[in-house]
Design a protein around this ligand. Sequence first.
Ligand SMILES: C[S@@+](CC[C@H](N)C(=O)[O-])C[C@H]1O[C@@H](n2cnc3c(N)ncnc32)[C@H](O)[C@@H]1O
Length: 176
Amino acid sequence: MKLVVFDDVYVPAEDSHLLSRALDKESGSFLDVGCGSGFIGIRQALKGNSVDCIYISLIAVKNACWNGLLNNVDIRAYYSDLFSNVRGGYDVIAFNSPYLSRETEKGDVATEDNGVVGRFIEECGNYLNKGGRAYIVVSTENENYEKYIGMMDGWEVVGKKELFFERVEVWRKIKG
Ligand SMILES: C[S@@+](CC[C@H](N)C(=O)[O-])C[C@H]1O[C@@H](n2cnc3c(N)ncnc32)[C@H](O)[C@@H]1O
């Protein structure tokens, strides 16, 4: 995959690769939430899946479009604060979330969980087709980790990686 990352856009890191690997066997219509450069969605599009990418600022929407063109895949990227502009349902929804809650993350939209993780857990089912799968990255370092686990009835861990000070996990839910 060819990838350009614009200034101020999240550079795909361990978490992005962990989520992307967990999605390897997925197929169907795909929504990349918080797409950044489009790294996760474009990898799905290269497999032939139909992909929408959403983001909370236009710079990353442009970045994802740019990388779609670079890779000759037809993705649709648009502005959305989480699901605010999402209509209809998807087979797969994936969110490499801003999953940290340390003081150093405050105000950093790329890494600070300002409640968006909890909102995703609560709302993603409304945008999944029957049998659809939602994926989210969460970290044991998030101060709300235990609270989120309590909210994640029916979710399971499908990927994990021990990093320096935390364990980053990929959780999946299948809509019945
Ligand atoms: C850890 S980064 C992942 C970026 C990209 N998916 C990747 O893996 O390279 C999380 C992204 O979610 C975005 N984000 C935060 N709140 C959001 C919201 N309410 N709606 C959409 N995206 C959001 C952040 O700006 C950030 O770039």
